[in-house]
Design a protein around this ligand. Structure first.
Ligand code: ATR
Length: 266
């Protein structure tokens, strides 16, 4: 059975390693490759990949929205995220799209024991990364405050997701000081080296902080800042990466791999 991850760039992707370990762990006969998508030609490449017999693939930046549009059917969480990180070829040959990012985040927060019903989570950022995880967080009965530099973007998300739970939008600089159960960084700030304009007091008062980005060598800039402020419970998004892959593997193969050994193995 042939699977792959499509993105551009793709050399940095850990997905091939992760899925090969999952396949070994669950004794599944799976081939998993890394595929460099072409900005001009991605749709044709993807359809050719499936025409050649592939059973499924992951989709990463910058193709998640294009894969979403190409799919024939979608899970609810994928539809509302308007982005797809997982495609599965169904028996009738059609392409089913899912988005396992939010489930991956919830699974990782559960692993950390940071998620209990009716907590209040603060999410920083209102881009695609945030949109991809909101539904599973709301389904896990989390109250959500989205804080964004550009208030209008956070408001759009809060309106879109309000039928599913308790969610509201605030401008980042206007956040009142309160103690959030978990503060999740879903901004792209670390990638550009920018600092998030949030009051240190809010970070200091957090029970836990989570960065959806990860760095295996050192703290991400967000976690380093929180650490310097004395926040004890800190995690980067490596567990989320592993858990989203596990949910994808489950969709494809019907078995849920154990992510725990991979923290050591990778
Ligand atoms: P992604 O798909 O990774 O979420 P995106 O759609 O470009 O990327 O969204 C990036 C998010 O990070 C946005 O919410 C952006 O804030 P704005 O909407 O105000 O642009 C946020 N962001 C990026 N750099 C930031 C910084 N230094 N401080 C605060 N927010 C930042």
């Amino acid at each position: 059975m042939l699977y792959a991850v499509w993105g551009n760039p793709i050399a940095q992707s850990k997905s091939p390693q992760i899925h090969r370990i999952f396949a070994k762990q669950t004794a599944q006969d799976v081939q998993y490759d890394a595929m460099l998508g072409d900005e001009q030609d991605f749709e044709r490449q993807l359809l050719a990949f499936f025409a050649q017999g592939a059973a499924g693939c992951n989709i990463t930046s910058p193709f998640k929205e294009r894969a979403f549009k190409l799919a024939d059917a979608h899970s609810e969480r994928c539809l509302i995220a308007e982005a797809c990180n997982t495609l599965k070829k169904l028996d009738d040959g059609t392409l089913y799209a899912d988005n396992t990012d939010g489930a991956g985040l919830v699974t990782d927060l559960q692993r950390l024991n940071w998620i209990k019903p009716n907590q209040t989570l603060l999410i920083l950022g209102a881009g695609g990364a945030t949109k991809g995880v909101l539904l599973p967080l709301l389904h896990a009965q989390q109250n959500i405050v989205i804080a964004n530099r550009t208030l209008a973007k956070a408001q759009l998300l809060a309106e879109k997701f309000s039928p599913y739970g308790n969610i509201r939008a605030v401008e980042l600089s206007q956040l009142p000081t309160q103690s959030f159960d978990v503060i999740i960084n879903a901004t792209s700030s670390g990638l550009h080296g920018g600092t998030i304009q949030i009051n240190d007091e809010i970070l200091r008062a957090a029970k836990a902080v989570y960065d959806m980005q990860y760095d295996r060598q050192k703290d991400t800039p967000f976690l380093a800042r929180c650490g310097a402020l004395g926040v004890q419970n800190r995690s980067d998004g490596f567990g989320m990466l592993l858990a989203q892959a596990a949910h994808t593997f489950h969709l494809w193969r019907g078995v849920m791999p154990n992510i725990t050994p991979l923290f050591e193995q990778l």
